[in-house]
Design a binder for this molecule. Sequence first.
Ligand code: CTP
Ligand code: MG
Length: 224
Amino acid sequence: ARVAVVVPAAGRGERLGGGVPKALRPLGGRPMLVHAVQALAAADLVSQIVVAAPPTLVEVVSRLLGPDVRVLAGGAERVDSVRGALRALDDDIRVVLVHDAARPLTPPSLVDAVAAAVLGGQPAVIPVLPVADTVKEVDAQGRVLRTPTRDGLRAVQTPQGFRREVLEAAYANSDDGPAVTDDAGLVERLGVPVTTIPGAEEAFKVTRPIDLVFAEALLARRPL
Ligand code: CTP
Ligand code: MG
């Protein structure tokens, strides 16, 4: 069964700032998206990569990533970018991973672990880590409603992996909106069981300026 990875990379990176789309923001001299795609290409189980790029930068990104990577225009919200990229999958793809361009230091071993779990029979698999901070549920005024026990909480990373038909059904069913920040959330609504595997610290998402400082430091310490 062949495995594809869809890479949403069309976001503007408003929280990071800096005036360039986040996927093209340099990290160790190369765009974040290039790091992310190289890690995917280095995974043993990946056979197709489809990238949703900022609409005005499709040509630029395509040249950057080379002929083996399919690049198309992303949409207004992350869900739109993923939905568009799903249409570009090869016919014989049976497993689809979705991976944020904004997680440039994700280890190839995590990509393979997610793919292997889906190939092994799980319909939906997500990498997670324990939560370090206590998390509160609050109302619109910031008043605390509840404090869930930290032991029962996990922070979710990507790549998230799915049987192709499960992810396609989830996206056919989705009502979009900026509220959807994670693919597994759409799959959960179908009543399909989602299982977790251990994530990787290096798979953190570059979201704010301090994350870029951390990423640069980690990259500088990497063995070549
Ligand atoms: N993404 C996308 N299309 C969008 C919005 C986001 O492909 N319309 C992608 C981003 O490029 C990123 C991933 O989804 O790789 C995770 O989103 P996030 O970290 O929120 O990135 P941005 O939306 O770019 O950042 P921000 O929310 O701060 O603007
Ligand atoms: Mg965003």
